[in-house]
Design a protein around this ligand. Sequence first.
Ligand code: SD4
Length: 323
Amino acid sequence: MDRRSFIKSTGVATLGIGLNYSKTFSSNIKPTSNPVVIATWDVKNATNKAWDILIKNGESLDAIEQGCRVEEANKDGQSVGIGGLPDRDGNVTLDACIMNHKGNCGSVVYLKNIKHAISIARLVMEKTPHVILAGDGAKKFALSMGFFEENLLTDKSKSDWINWKKNEKYKPIINVENHDTIGMLAIDKNNNISGGCTTSGLAYKMQGRVGDSPIIGSGLFIDNEVGGAVATGLGEEVLKTVGSFLVVELMRQGYSPTEACKIAIERIVKKPESNYKNFQVGYIAINKNGETGCYAIQEGFSMTKYDKSGNSNIKSLFHDKKI
Ligand code: SD4
């Protein structure tokens, strides 16, 4: 492929920007808007909790963990923590990961009966020589760290599952109740960026299925010199394009957070035989300057942002709209 067709295919031409590596971020850049926290979907309680920590000079990693825990403890959220919709056999299984400004990360997959998956992911990062713990091993580790088991299947999620079983049709739902997997990114007053992602995954998935959310590079990626990104939506499509890593690498090339998210979404949309009209993927991103952005395939995605001007929910641009 020559340079012209490469530029065209990556969407650079559409955006009217060249591949200008001289724009590469330098750690000398002094952010002006910090602290900032952003999260996928409409989760103002979660960003509020994170902001409380950031504004008191707290570390972005603590803000991320505590912010994500708010949604994990919310029984009404049916795609994260307690209350999450189960797999097709009735098991609520959680996936989560966390990454800090030093490039360290931890993750849990297929975790059962422990609601604060994000905290277990952090402990995997801090207390073990590993990055990912799965299933029974993840639970055993959580119990050894003082966490306790509880039933995560609420009456509401159980009755939704029983209704679903009448037809057993598996179709990922677009924009579940505007409030889905939580992905969160924060930059603190010391200009350090961290991120986290926590979910019960897709409703009625096959037993054993793991999505993008706990996979570093797909569901989440942080590079403290450049920025961070996190994904929500149909995890299989994010995994196939290593979406969050892609967004961060695009920001490294000089793209704004919104532009980077847009190009990563187009990577999915333009795949051969892509049936993107049937599913949703959304990205949010933050760069070292504290600038933020988001982009999705379908209308209906949003990002919650808490910065010095307050806590607000911002509608995302989506595939058919030009930026
Ligand atoms: C997954 N990406 O397990 C998650 C689910 C999600 O909005 O984000 N839903 O594929």
